[in-house]
Design a protein around this ligand. Structure first.
Ligand SMILES: [Fe+2]
Length: 755
């Protein structure tokens, strides 16, 4: 794993270019070869690894260089004399620390760790609020409250310095209301509050070359970005800065009404909230006449409840004044910001598909993947495969092997791959939306501007007995290729941005095995396409599940807020709505858009030990659908496959007219005989009662469903994540392959469908 990389975008149009960033650690040179990915599963029981080398001017030798990732979110400000000419000062903020005992963390500061100079408000190594002042000679005075902060609690904190009297004041006051934190009013003890006054003998060196930062301290600059330390975990609300030593009573008034000639800055993190969320999530506004606006780095979480949140409103767009907080994490990552190694020219006539820049140095290699799509309005085929990149992003660099109950959930020990081991040593490669930050809060953003080591061919995913997501979807790509189908590959972001216009050129659109993360625009596009007569093949399960949105200006970043479903983490009270759009997060079914409405089936159960098989239903012999089974002799279908040994497995979807399956939908086959590792999903439970697992619960099954839609369209749903792993069995000659081919050939043709 000494070579890793990423592209500047996942979806590239024919005739366009894609930039590739590479970290080559420990090798002087590396080789690049552009490849067309067909099949990434190296299982000896399957057809094996298949890639086609593509001629490209990009292919060849490159000089390798090490590129590092610097995770952790903070706010940076431009160089301004208002920061540089500080003599006396007051720094204050409302803070909600989540790891006060994790060592020094910067709140507001202009501190240079190299020269040990400047000024700032910190949480010190004892977890207490402290003012630091460092002069030109490297002398430092630190004045601390010496009372450790309590995590999960709001505090009014501040520090002042008067250059005339040389007096420093530092204080912390807990601000506990009925709803704003982890504890209730009776916890508001005097013991956690403190005010300390101390005389010192030095003055701050304000023009120290360091930028003013919030939530980190400056270490150095590598030419195109700051390298920072003292990374803060937790929320900050209403930070203020004065060029005089204010009294604490004045500072208390400044929480809501900062004013006067000594005002340097009064940042309002709620400014920028619109009815549709934050249009520019990286921008923070200074309300003072000085307009010292700042820029967030590594995307800390916006739309967080502030110190004054009283739980009467649950959405930040309804009460922006109660959502003045930003939550910073020392492991946030939105962009690795590496320099470009090379650019790939995508020829106009390069077949639409899944591609990679295969970079290799010695025994180390990486397949830096991207998707080549047709130009807008110029399809090359009647079939479109929708690559679920939002779902790949949601799982990007996930660390399932670290989940405490992983073995119980999987029904086996997770097998760790070299990629997982590398991530274990490289936390800075960033997290997935299945992980928790170091402070225990859930990860709601994921970015493709970093190497995603599990979005690779060859990678075996430990959530599955074999493959999952990206590499599992290559099973379908390979099968369509082997069967001679001509198809375009488009991404879900393309669908999100172009809508039904993109899909309507195609007779049939296919999903991947697990298109779980969907935006409203993506759902709209699929629904409109079906309404226009588009034919739709849902080739997996647990699809169309989480309300997901792309960053308003950066398609490489998604946001999701998890709760009320089968979730790796839960939002804190009042934080369910997405900062990118303002809309309510969690499950689409809670917003009246259950997956059954566009796929006929929706999530019912999951288990990750072994897969099972389907059995044909009586209804499948109906002459209106019997064509689907032409050439299929067996009634037991898919009792084989590369994903858990069967076509029905991992996650399963079920027919449910209450949730929107059309009444005329026909269940063609249902799976059975799932193990007790398979459990009914929590959103289907009213009370937790015995008998909810595979061996006892008849609802633990996948329903394969077919139904016609208006204007000559139809929907076919497999309802199982493992399904595509069975397509290649017995050299592609098997009942799953036959059945799928019957559907896809009919759906691709311009002919009317039987009904
Ligand atoms: Fe999932």
């Amino acid at each position: 794993m000494a070579i890793t990389g990423y592209t500047d975008k996942l979806s590239v149009k024919q005739g366009d270019k894609v930039k590739v960033m590479v970290n080559c650690d420990g090798h002087d040179r590396y080789e690049t070869q552009i490849v067309h990915l067909i099949h990434g599963d190296t299982d000896p029981n399957g057809p094996g690894f298949k890639v086609n080398k593509i001629e490209s001017q990009t292919n060849g030798q490159y000089v390798g260089k090490k590129q590092e990732i610097h995770a952790g979110s903070y706010i940076q400000f431009g160089d301004d004399d208002l920061f540089n000419e500080i003599k006396s000062f007051s720094l204050q903020a409302m803070i909600y620390p989540t790891t006060p005992n994790k060592g020094v963390q910067a709140v507001l500061n202009k501190w240079s760790t190299k020269s040990n100079s400047g000024y700032g408000l910190f949480i010190d190594e004892n977890g207490a609020v402290a003012v630091w002042i460092g002069n030109e000679d490297g002398s430092v005075e630190k004045v601390s409250t010496n009372i450790p902060l309590v995590k999960g609690t709001w505090y009014f904190v501040g520090g002042t310095f008067d250059e005339k009297t040389k007096k420093v004041t530092v204080f912390q006051q807990s601000v506990i209301s009925k709803a704003n934190g982890q504890f209730s009013l009776p916890y508001q003890m005097d013991e956690v509050n403190a005010v300390v006054h101390q005389d010192i003998s030095i003055k701050p060196h304000s023009r120290n070359g360091a930028p003013f930062l919030i939530a980190s301290s400056y270490e150095s600059n590598n030419g195109h970005r700051h390298i920072v330390t003292h990374k803060y975990n937790g929320k900050i609300d209403r930070p203020r800065f004065a060029k005089s030593a204010l009294k604490i009573e004045e500072m208390a008034l400044w929480i809501e009404t900062p004013q006067g000639n000594n005002l340097v800055a009064a940042w309002d993190f709620a400014e920028g909230i619109t009815k549709k969320g934050f249009q520019n999530p990286e921008l923070v506004y200074d309300q003072s006449p000085n307009c010292l606006h700042g820029q967030t780095v590594n995307l800390p979480t916006r739309a967080m409840t502030g110190y004054n949140w009283d739980s009467t409103e649950q959405s930040f767009i309804h009460a922006p004044e109660q959502y003045g907080a930003i939550h910073f994490h020392d492991d946030d990552l939105s962009d690795a910001q590496w320099s470009v190694d090379f650019e790939v020219d995508i020829p106009e006539d390069l077949q639409s598909g899944v591609y990679a820049a295969h970079v290799k140095a010695g025994d180390d290699e990486d397949y830096i993947t991207f998707f080549v799509r047709p130009k807008t309005g110029q399809p090359n085929a009647k079939i479109a495969f929708i690559a679920p990149t939002a779902s790949y992003l949601a799982y990007a660099n996930n660390r399932f092997q670290d989940i405490p109950l992983a073995q119980l959930m999987f029904g086996r020990a997770p097998v760790v791959q070299p990629e997982d081991a590398y991530l274990g040593e490289h936390n800075e490669y960033g997290l997935s939306t299945y992980d928790h930050h170091t402070d225990g809060t859930g990860v709601c953003h994921s970015s493709s501007l970093r190497p995603i080591l599990n979005m690779r061919p060859k990678y075996r995913h430990n959530l599955s007995p074999s493959l999952w997501q990206f590499n599992a979807d290559l099973h379908l790509i390979d099968w369509m290729t082997e069967k001679g189908f001509e198809f375009d590959v488009i991404t879900d972001y393309d669908l999100h941005s172009e809508g039904v216009e993109l899909l309507k050129h195609y007779n049939v659109a296919l999903t991947g095995s697990h298109p779980e993360y969907y935006s409203g625009a993506m759902l709209d596009a699929v629904e409109s396409y079906q309404n226009l007569g588009g034919r739709f093949m849902y080739m997996g399960a647990n699809g169309f599940y989480w309300v997901t949105e792309f960053h308003p200006t950066n398609p490489n970043i998604i946001e999701v807020r998890k709760n009320f479903g089968s979730n790796a983490w839960k939002t804190l009270p009042g934080e369910l709505n997405l900062s990118f759009t303002g809309e309510q997060g969690s499950l689409w079914r809670l917003r009246g858009r259950a997956p059954q409405k566009i796929a006929g089936t929706g999530f019912i159960a999951e288990g990750f030990d072994v897969s099972s098989y389907y059995v044909r239903t009586k209804a499948s012999f109906d002459p209106r659908v019997s064509w689907i089974f032409e050439g299929v002799e067996e009634e037991k279908i898919g009792d084989f496959g590369l994903v858990g040994g069967g076509a029905a497995g991992l996650e399963l979807d079920i027919y449910d007219t209450e949730l929107g399956t059309p009444d005329h939908a026909i269940i063609l086959a249902s799976s059975e005989n799932h193990t007790d590792v398979y459990m009914q999903v929590v959103e289907e439970l009213h009370f937790n009662v015995p008998g909810m697992s595979g061996e006892e619960n008849p609802k633990v099954r996948a329903d394969m469903v077919y139904y016609p839609t208006p204007n000559g369209g139809a929907v076919f749903s497999t309802s199982s994540i493992a399904y595509c792993g069975s397509l290649s069995h017995n050299n592609y000659d098997n009942n799953i392959s036959k059945l799928t081919e019957n559907v896809l050939r009919k759906f691709e043709s311009d002919e009317k469908l039987p009904w």
